[in-house]
Ligand binder design. Structure first.
Ligand code: ATP
Length: 304
């Protein structure tokens, strides 16, 4: 697999405290990689190291196969954009002027792409309005537009939905999906909310106390959340026979209750049970939430 970013025992210590502790992570090309961790897990530190805002204490990383510390890392960083902590925008400027300013900073020869970029982030109608008068969601989207000025193919966003209202969250989600699907931008998003990431991530890295607890794809995560229906019937012995014949996994709990795994065809199951003289008394979908799965990996306590 092609990785845009790979870290190898990456460690960052503040005095003796390891904010990142021998971290190994792999961001595949084309992914929306959700970096999940509670406050203080080390998400911002990781993004700062990749951006070159801080140096690792030990370990290494490669960005587009270029090792940190090598001369070519600067070229690799040109292919990357990032919004770390607060978006780097000038509040006394309009959205358009912010993008012009960034073009100048990067030494780009023209402002040609700016109208398209404003449209992409939904700020094409903001005219003379200064960024200080934007909503938080608009500021975040302007921050992303600024990060996109050099036309990067890898974007890192640190907690992009923090503090956004529901409408802002939807807009941010749509923008990230659009960038990934239409512009083939690989995106790394850090968040402390696994549920929100689950609406868009294709891969996950779960970070706790500076360590990678688990890396997995969305498909792998989904398979861990096979749906489970708790059934109450007049006789679970009959239910077991019928489910065996349908090749469905189950777990008998009592003489009248059982958990049935996998998506079953309820009509077919009900008809088969009726034929065997077994009555369905109740059926209830049980869904372990992503959040409780996350907490089972990183523990419920706060160690920020
Ligand atoms: P949050 O979402 O709260 O920002 P995070 O996962 O991004 O959390 P980091 O900001 O990377 O976490 O911080 C990781 C740990 O390193 C925390 O315990 C933090 O207190 C500590 N830390 C971060 N920056 C510094 C610093 N400059 N000096 C000392 N300790 C720091």
């Amino acid at each position: 697999m092609d990785y845009v970013l790979e870290t190898n025992n990456l460690t960052k210590k503040y005095r003796r405290y390891p904010a990142l502790n021998e971290l190994n992570m792999h961001v595949p090309k084309g992914a929306i990689y959700g970096l999940v961790g509670k406050n203080g897990a080390g998400k911002t530190t990781l993004i700062r190291l990749i951006c070159g805002l801080q140096e690792p204490t030990s370990g290494s990383f490669t960005l587009y196969l270029q090792e940190n510390g090598s001369q070519s890392i600067a070229n690799a960083r040109r292919r990357m954009g990032a919004v770390v902590e607060t978006p780097s925008i000038f509040l006394n400027m309009t959205a358009e002027d912010n993008l012009k300013q960034q073009s100048m900073i990067l030494g780009l020869p023209s402002y040609e792409g700016i109208p398209e970029l404003l449209k992409l982030v939904g700020l094409e109608n903001t005219g003379k309005k200064k960024a200080r008068n934007f909503s938080l969601g608009m500021k975040q989207r302007l921050g992303i537009a600024v990060a996109l000025v050099g036309d990067p193919d890898f974007l890192m966003l640190d907690e992009p939905i923090n503090g956004l209202d529901p409408q802002g969250i939807v807009e941010m989600r749509e923008l990230i999906l659009k960038l990934n699907r239409e512009r083939q931008v690989t995106v790394l998003i850090s968040s402390h909310i696994l549920d929100e990431l689950s609406r868009l991530a294709t891969h996950y890295g779960i970070l706790d106390n500076g360590r990678m607890v688990l890396e997995l794809s969305a498909a792998e995560l989904e398979s861990k959340f096979r749906s489970c229906v708790c059934m109450e019937v007049s006789d679970t012995a009959v239910l077991a026979r019928v489910l065996d014949s349908m090749n469905v996994e189950y777990k008998i709990l009592t003489a009248t209750t059982a958990n049935v795994f996998a998506k079953t065809n309820v009509t077919r199951l009900a008809a088969a049970l009726e034929q065997e003289g077994c009555e369905i008394l109740s059926m209830r979908e049980k869904d372990e939430s992503l959040e409780s799965f996350f907490l089972s990996l990183v523990g419920g306590g706060d160690h920020a």
